[in-house]
Design a protein around this ligand. Sequence first.
Ligand SMILES: [Mg+2]
Length: 482
Amino acid sequence: MDTCVESQSVAITDPVIAIMQGSVAPAKEAEENERGAGTSYANGSSADASSQTKTPQSEPAAEKSPWSAWTWLGLCKSPSRKIPNIVHVDVDAFFASVEQVLNPRLRGKPVLVGRGCVASASYEAKALGVKTAMGFREALRVCPKAIVVPGQYEHYADFAERVRRILETYTPAVETAALDDFYLDFAGTERLYPDYRGTLVRLRMEIFKETGLSVSVGAASTKVVASIASRLERPRGFRMVAPGEEETFLTPLPVEKLHGIGHVHAGALAERGIATIGQLRGVPKAALQAAFGEAIGQQIWERARGLDGREVLLPSTPKSVSRETTIEGGTIDTEFLGGLIEYLSERIGSTLREYGKQARTLGLRLRYVDHFSAHQAVRLSKPTNDERELLAAAKELFSKLFTRRVAVRLAGVSVTNLEADRRQNELFDTSANRRWYLNREMDRVRGRYGWNAVFYGKGLELREHYATKPNGLVLSTPCLSR
Ligand SMILES: [Mg+2]
């Protein structure tokens, strides 16, 4: 057996050496691979989805050369060129689009979201001249038929979360820059996604299919260029700027497109006859620093060249998880409070499993309407992320803490002392294993069909008190989006 493996590795090494020595074959093969990837995009199928039943289009091209198989195994240098790995995804007219998804009667109509001034306007309203941050009086003068809605932050946070979850299935490096603004880093995924453009197109289509929201996508080597690229052709924009072509891409654009240049700076530049980024690039760094200050001058100088040292920031692993909510008017109903604690425990269990964590300590907090507050934590007999175990501990704490005949206006559950999920400890514990499989399937169903697709019987009562949303219940405090 050993001999066999060894002989295989010898066979592999030779072509690798040949490639590293710069023989003609790999270059030709790289070209073929690229062409193959291009074809697959044109056909509208993506070569990267291993779960899809369709045969990836780029494979026939790869099969022509025996070396490409080794390329896939990661045994020789990647033949693919550098990709514009930073991707900016921006939801088009976010608040207004969510309102249109939630209320079909608003679809295709000019919708304004906000109180006092326009926080978000649908593209139908924008086409008539409404701009974000415009006062309602002026917006309604420009667009008298506009439908004004006050806005539902709870739902926006939910939709943003759903978009983020879809993005995370493509790459783990997803940074939420704002509620509807995401930066993704695809560096190192060249082999996973040989058809990079097709992958980004698929990502955009998947978000639309799953959430009903349209997004604009921009890809480049830096954040600043990617964000300009995504915003250039909204709505449903799609722009890829190949590495090395940043300056050409930026040259004809107006200076206002650069992040950090507002109307004041743009006005100051216009006075000096500088309207485009290309013209701005002709200004020496010292002159920009003299006009705008050292830091901003330096930043403008860099951004005009598409330079941006900012990296995509990865979400950090939590040290603790807590979920709490206020109860309007307070309640003394122990059944209701029990249901609420159960729901909060479920949310915590789900979050822990999402991060692959287990908790050692669980805490419960109650605040009464007279502002008296009680908190207690307990060390669990073994670390867990199973909501039933978390709930058992939380209910025990509740019976200890809820001693006063005063209405409770806040209930919160928290877990600390998190450690990595070590399921193998329970290999022979059938009951725990059953729970593990049950939780896994519940997470899967909820991930696909929303939180309310499946819940325990006791959750019914809670659903009579609260409205439901795709990602759970609409509680009084919007702290439960995750
Ligand atoms: Mg947006």
